[in-house]
Design a protein around this ligand. Structure first.
Ligand SMILES: Cc1cc2nc3c(=O)[nH]c(=O)nc-3n(C[C@H](O)[C@H](O)[C@H](O)COP(=O)(O)O)c2cc1C
Length: 339
């Protein structure tokens, strides 16, 4: 059975990728994931805020008279602020020893010099950069005196950030996306024009909620469920064959069937975080064994024989458009409320 695949121009031994999260936070965990068989790993994000804090600290140190440098170090250096980016580069270096391609993740929301860090990631050994623009323009547009900011301006920041990262590196850059654009398909084309080599569908937001018992607002990350895969899978199927970028699936992989379904939709790689956190790094082996067994049952010898087989190839109306919607409403009405 041949599971070879290519993602962002990188040759991978199989399409299972450990996505950004705590499971790829240390070299030891990455080593265990590599032993369990993953095709690549994405490191947790290095955040714009961490890079800016580090740069601020360097600037403050530079302002101090060199005669008092040693003394300054003792009170100016916030150890947390100073080590993040350096530790990150060290992690990249150690992670590459696992033998699987290491993708570094940059996470921010404003254009600026912090994106230069992509270059340091590349120099430390990252095979590619995953860019996560975590930006939530949730507030209604302010009225007078502030000008109204059209959605297109909010979306322009994704392109601006991508452009600066692309200018800093020669390795491929994937963009981890949210589905919440004014027009997702249009945004994908604009990202490609700005140089995106890959698209990761989708990022998962923190789950802010309201607890009526404690009268508090809670923030946090819950682990995903397979039902959440429907939206990214639909978009991967719709984009397959219509974009030149690599397509990575992220969200809702629990079983080998979830991996197979994403590949049938047209994903080049399938990422997982929640399932690895739930079951441990060895779950990667279970997913790969399950995928191989499924391919045997279906008579497939290579990924290319079935990847994108169920993408609608241009005619999205029946499966994903209004025509499909109307017949789905009809069927659901018959199923759930028959007359
Ligand atoms: C605890 C936790 C930490 C995460 N940290 C990051 C991160 O640093 N950067 C990032 O891009 N995504 C991060 N993610 C999102 C995952 O990479 C992934 O996109 C998301 O969990 C959906 O995939 P899943 O359904 O397989 O969990 C994190 C997810 C979890 C649960």
């Amino acid at each position: 059975m041949n599971l070879d695949t290519s993602y962002l121009g990188l040759k991978l031994r199989n399409p299972l990728v450990a996505s950004a999260g705590p499971m790829t936070q240390t070299a030891e965990r990455i080593e265990r994931l590599a032993e369990a068989g993953v095709g690549a790993v994405v490191l947790p994000s290095l955040f714009e805020e961490q890079i800016r804090a580090d740069a601020d600290r360097d600037e403050r140190l530079a302002e101090v008279n060199m005669d008092s440098f040693g003394e300054a170090m003792t009170f100016l250096v916030d150890p947390d602020a100073s080590v993040w980016p350096r530790q990150y580069l060290d992690l990249i270096g150690r992670a590459t020893r696992s033998g699987v391609p290491v993708i570094a993740s940059l996470n921010g929301s404003t254009p600026g010099g912090w994106t230069d860090y992509a270059r340091a990631m590349q120099d430390a050994g990252a095979a590619a950069i995953e860019l996560n623009v975590y930006y939530l323009p949730g507030d209604p547009p302010p009225t007078s005196p502030s000008p109204y900011i059209p959605a297109r301006d909010n979306e322009q920041r994704y392109l601006d950030i991508l452009t600066t990262v692309k200018a800093a590196v020669s390795v491929p850059v994937a963009v981890k996306l949210t589905p919440y654009f004014s027009s997702f398909g249009d945004m994908v084309l604009r990202l490609e024009q700005a140089g995106a080599d890959g698209l990761v569908l989708f990022n998962r937001f923190m789950q802010t909620d309201i607890d009526p018992t404690t009268l508090t607002i809670s923030t946090g990350f819950t682990l995903s469920s397979p039902a959440e895969a429907t939206l990214p899978r639909s978009w991967i199927a719709r984009l397959r064959g219509r974009v030149r970028s690599s397509l990575a699936a992220s969200t809702g992989v629990e079983t080998a069937d979830d991996v197979a379904a994403y590949l049938l939709a047209g994903a080049d790689v399938v990422m997982t975080t929640s399932a690895l956190l739930r079951h441990g790094p060895g779950h990667a082996t279970a997913l790969l064994d399950g995928l191989t067994a499924w391919m045997e049952r279906k008579g497939f010898g290579r990924l290319a024989e079935f990847r994108g087989m169920l993408a609608p190839a241009g005619d999205t109306e029946g499966a994903y458009g209004r025509r499909g919607y109307l017949s789905a409403v009809e069927r659901a009405t018959q199923a759930y409320a028959p007359i």
